[in-house]
Design a protein around this ligand. Structure first.
Ligand code: ASP
Length: 324
């Protein structure tokens, strides 16, 4: 009896402490965990976001890269972090494809998190080293069919957006290329420019400047609409890959049971950042589109994530040999 009373008192004290902590939150820097290497597309978006969130949060927001296993390492890390709002995940579409790609995952995207909101949608581009022989999209497909053993397709691991794009591309043209996984598309892009790998599908947040300054070549964008920051790149759809439509959505997540006062504050700061003209300007230049207000909410993220898991699971299963 005495023990039960004491345990209840300790639990009540802990709850009171965590609620008091939540009221004062944040009292130290908040870390946004990025599942891919520094300098790549997810990192670029998240660093801009951290900067824009700092003022509305009333405290410093920093970025930490935890790359590995196609982004799943970082997701697992955040799912096990203290639920106090100081360790927060920013991840992309990979959150919805990992369940179909991995036989065992040490986290459940639908039950291990509190949802903060969606951030931006980012189109992708199919790009190559400048010395890669096909000059344009029309030459690309016959070249890949004739030379598939000579071409290395780089990606950021099983579950990355570059992996998903490659899976869709290869299964559509029915050519199974050798894939080379990296810890993010930043190191993949370095090797692509160096000629160690030839082909990559990557977000416009990293490719826009490289394409527009002629440092890499682009065969097409992956969305049905052209991208404003890339006026000279046609869509893959318009060039023959009918219906090819892939944009990389991003969401913000906190560990399960993070107090509501904390998730509310994170959401308020996220929404304020998405309205910040400097953030919008940076995203415009990189081809990224800020999601509409209804998606910037916990429900907007949770419902979309569920719909995306339901959408991609059968597509990935059907892609079979192209999925690894
Ligand atoms: N673009 C990468 C991907 O394929 C991730 C990154 O490096 O940001 O998901």
């Amino acid at each position: 009896m005495k023990f039960i009373v004491r345990a209840a008192a300790v639990a009540a004290l802990a709850l009171a402490a965590s609620q008091a902590g939540a009221q004062n939150y944040p009292t130290k820097p908040v870390t946004l965990v990025v599942p891919f290497a520094a300098g790549g597309p997810t990192d670029i978006v998240t660093r801009q976001l951290a900067q824009a969130m700092t003022k509305p949060m009333g405290g410093t927001v920093i970025v930490e890269n935890k790359p590995g296993a196609g982004g799943t390492l970082a997701v697992e890390f955040v799912s096990r972090a203290a639920a106090d709002g100081y360790t927060v995940l920013v991840h992309h579409i990979g959150m919805s494809t990992a369940p179909a790609l991995y036989r065992t995952l040490r986290f459940n995207p639908m039950t291990d998190f509190e949802y903060i909101g969606q951030v931006v949608d980012v189109p992708m581009t199919l790009v190559a080293n400048n010395n890669f022989p096909p000059k344009n999209y029309a030459e690309l497909i016959p070249y890949l069919k004739a030379n598939k053993d000579k071409v290395n397709y780089a990606n950021a691991g099983l579950g990355a957006a570059s992996h998903l794009c490659g899976l869709l591309f290869m299964s559509t043209i029915q050519v199974d290329l050798q894939t080379i996984p990296y810890k993010g598309t930043a190191p993949a892009m370095t090797d692509l420019q160096g000629g160690q790998v030839q082909l990559l599908c990557d977000q416009t947040t990293q490719t826009t400047q490289l394409i527009n300054t002629g440092r890499i070549k682009a065969y097409g964008v992956t969305t049905m609409q052209k991208v404003g920051s890339l006026p000279n790149v046609a869509t893959l759809d318009s060039q023959g890959l009918k219906g090819f439509d892939l944009a990389v959505w991003h969401g913000m997540y906190a560990p399960k049971n993070t107090p509501k006062a904390v998730t509310d504050k994170l959401n308020m700061a996220l929404q304020a950042a998405l309205k910040d003209p400097a953030f919008k300007d940076a995203m415009d230049k990189l081809g990224a589109i800020i999601v509409p207000p209804a998606k910037q909410t916990p429900d907007g993220l949770r419902n979309f994530l569920k719909a995306e898991i339901d959408k991609w699971t059968p597509i990935i299963k059907k892609a079979g040999q192209y999925a690894d």
